[in-house]
Design a protein around this ligand. Sequence first.
Ligand SMILES: Cc1cc2nc3c(=O)[nH]c(=O)nc-3n(C[C@H](O)[C@H](O)[C@H](O)COP(=O)(O)OP(=O)(O)OC[C@H]3O[C@@H](n4cnc5c(N)ncnc54)[C@H](O)[C@@H]3O)c2cc1C
Length: 378
Amino acid sequence: MTSAPLLARPRERTDVVIVGAGIVGLAHAVDAVRRGLSVVVVERDDHAVGASVRNFGHGCFTAQDGPALDYALAARDAWVRLAKEAGFWLRECGTVVVARADDERAVLEEFRERRGDQVRLLDRAGVEARVPVGEDAVAGAWLPLDIRVDPREAVHALAAWLAGRGVRFLWGTAALTIEPGLVRTGRGDVTAGAVVLAVGHDVDRHFPDLADEAGVVRCALQMVRVRAPLGRAVDPAVFSGFSLLRYRGFGGCPSLPAVRARLEADHPDLVAAGLNLMLTQRPDGDLTLGDTHLYGRTLDPFSTEALDEAVLDQAARLLGTGPLKVVERWRGVYAAAPEHDFLVEAPAPGVRVVAVTSGVGMTTALGLAPRVLDDLLA
Ligand SMILES: Cc1cc2nc3c(=O)[nH]c(=O)nc-3n(C[C@H](O)[C@H](O)[C@H](O)COP(=O)(O)OP(=O)(O)OC[C@H]3O[C@@H](n4cnc5c(N)ncnc54)[C@H](O)[C@@H]3O)c2cc1C
């Protein structure tokens, strides 16, 4: 059997062609449509199944820092507007950070000094009023700006909403090569004035030198979905002391090294596994729970049950409940780089390679995309 020559396939012509229908690609489509441009999105799968549907759906705005904080705050407005326009579920519920030691409480107090009203300190009763907690909770903080969506719904709803606004989605179509003004796919060529490559952790498949230079690797996270314990709503997203170690916003707090040292001494395996003990509630009440982080250019496909068990045990302690009933397990992968949260490069005129290189794409992509297109279309 021979395959038909590519050039014999139909050609599409558009103002902007975007490769990848995850949140980063869709964010660029949203902004391009807002500018009145015609858009084609090329996606290798029949619907998005990447990082953008496997995450917590957490708009984690307040814990960002630097450019990510600017993009996050811009993205917040876009999420709230799009939820109304595209008709998907969104909760403006904030995040509760549960402090279970005095050093964690001190970090939250320091964070409040820096961020003012974006951080509301809570005593134990204030934490308990918002989320179920175990006996060891001493205090906490509420980050009221944060939101959550159901990523499994929101990403598909956004794509459908964009299609209703004339965006043409080429599903089940892999982009093979990227050139100025031209994307060659397995189903024919797409020509465009501007090209955006938003393929998440597969950025190295197309531009390995760019990925290597930025130190981009894959980061795999183990995730579980559990039945809601205690029959109680958990409206805010919930962070633990482990989360303080993972977000840049807490980075400069003077008490953070003490938290790190204590957690490393008490839970060396969990800190080595990059545990960010956190959870969000789904619309049906189940909890999305995670997560651990494994880094590498190529990752072995095998998940460690002991790690899942440790995360489940920690989550049960955090919530003050008995064993949690697991109803789903999955692995998610995102692009990660050591120094920067974003890779935005111009490998050729009219082409932008865009990847969020830390686990904050849901939080930031809708704020990042307008900046990328301002530059690309200038
Ligand atoms: C488990 C987990 C939890 C997370 N939690 C959060 C969270 O709560 N909040 C937050 O802000 N961030 C979170 N993140 C990070 C966030 O999900 C990612 O940063 C974001 O989804 C990346 O979006 P993306 O569009 O770049 O990638 P993806 O969603 O992976 O999309 C890339 C798309 O490109 C397509 N593609 C790849 N190659 C080609 C090709 N050659 N041709 C055509 N299509 C191609 C893929 O099929 C895929 O659909 C989490 C990530 C994971 C994995």
